[in-house]
Design a protein around this ligand. Sequence first.
Ligand SMILES: Cc1cc2nc3c(=O)[nH]c(=O)nc-3n(C[C@H](O)[C@H](O)[C@H](O)COP(=O)(O)O)c2cc1C
Length: 338
Amino acid sequence: MLYRLLRPLLFKLPPETAHCVSFNAIENARKLGLLPNRPMACQPRRIMGLDFPNPIGLAAGLDKNGEHLDTLAALGFGFIEVGTITPLPQPGNPQPRIFRIPQANAIINRLGFNNQGVDKLIANIQCSDYRGILGINIGKNFSTPIDKATDDYLICLGKVYNYASYITINISSPNTKDLRQLQNTEELDHLLCALKSAQEKLTELHGQYKPLAIKIAPDLEPSQIDAIAVLLMKHKMDCVIATNTTLSRAGVEELPHSLEAGGLSGAPLTQQATRVIRQLHATLQGAIPIIGVGGIMSAADAMEKMSAGASLVQIYTGMIYHGPDLVQEIAQAVCTDQ
Ligand SMILES: Cc1cc2nc3c(=O)[nH]c(=O)nc-3n(C[C@H](O)[C@H](O)[C@H](O)COP(=O)(O)O)c2cc1C
């Protein structure tokens, strides 16, 4: 309600400024005790061996450096994913690099993994009081050649292993050159082999198994989705997150900013992401859980993702357009439907 009043003001600011202003406002609301301050409790769901208090998560990218965990937790998320984080800090692409398309409830971004590096992320996590389920999304540095990408994932995996509830391998951002090539069968087979072997060693070292999720793009051909599903089963991956932003401009053609380079998210992505989830579900047959993300702008969108086969969902752009109340709204609908 309050967000509906504030949104026109926030949307007058450049997106990255609005992001800071919003976090400050939410942080103040939390300190004043105006937020629910805990996840709405559904029938807990056990996915990847973890107990999720509710199935609504924050998608990667909103809190890249894990700076706002306590504030985000107060919004009622059942889990939070931070990152994408890379081994070394990097500035990302020059600004402006986020564009709102309000006529379509959409965003185009080409941030390019701007982040403060994995060590800073860990320091931030250590400072926070958050004890809920934490996904850490990892990627490769801009300067690392694509044929050395595995090294970057392994560096991040080793460093975050102790701090994450699960770790997401991001091979689907459209804003890091050639990253999506890692979804090709040969490259993915090699990457998953290296990751699973590292996971085995880390499990022994730390005495704890941490699940690995792979985040994929919505722009894959049906045959590619099937090939990925087969590899995920071959390597006994723990989860698949579908999907990242799209390179398609369907639904925003002719609108201002539609020709900006980057990944499109929000309402135009809803059906495209759901189609990927549906196909994955059909191929995986429940062997590997799916986290559904992409254009969830309402409780009905979240329910549709779950009907298509998602065990959990994540939101990002929906929060930008509808505010933090969307978390409770979705949680309420999903929990009552159980
Ligand atoms: C501004 C912005 C930054 C994002 N950064 C990341 C990121 O760092 N890593 C990642 O895996 N996904 C990132 N995403 C993708 C989201 O996590 C999500 O997969 C995508 O936006 C689709 O969901 P939505 O329509 O609810 O936003 C980003 C999305 C946006 C809008």
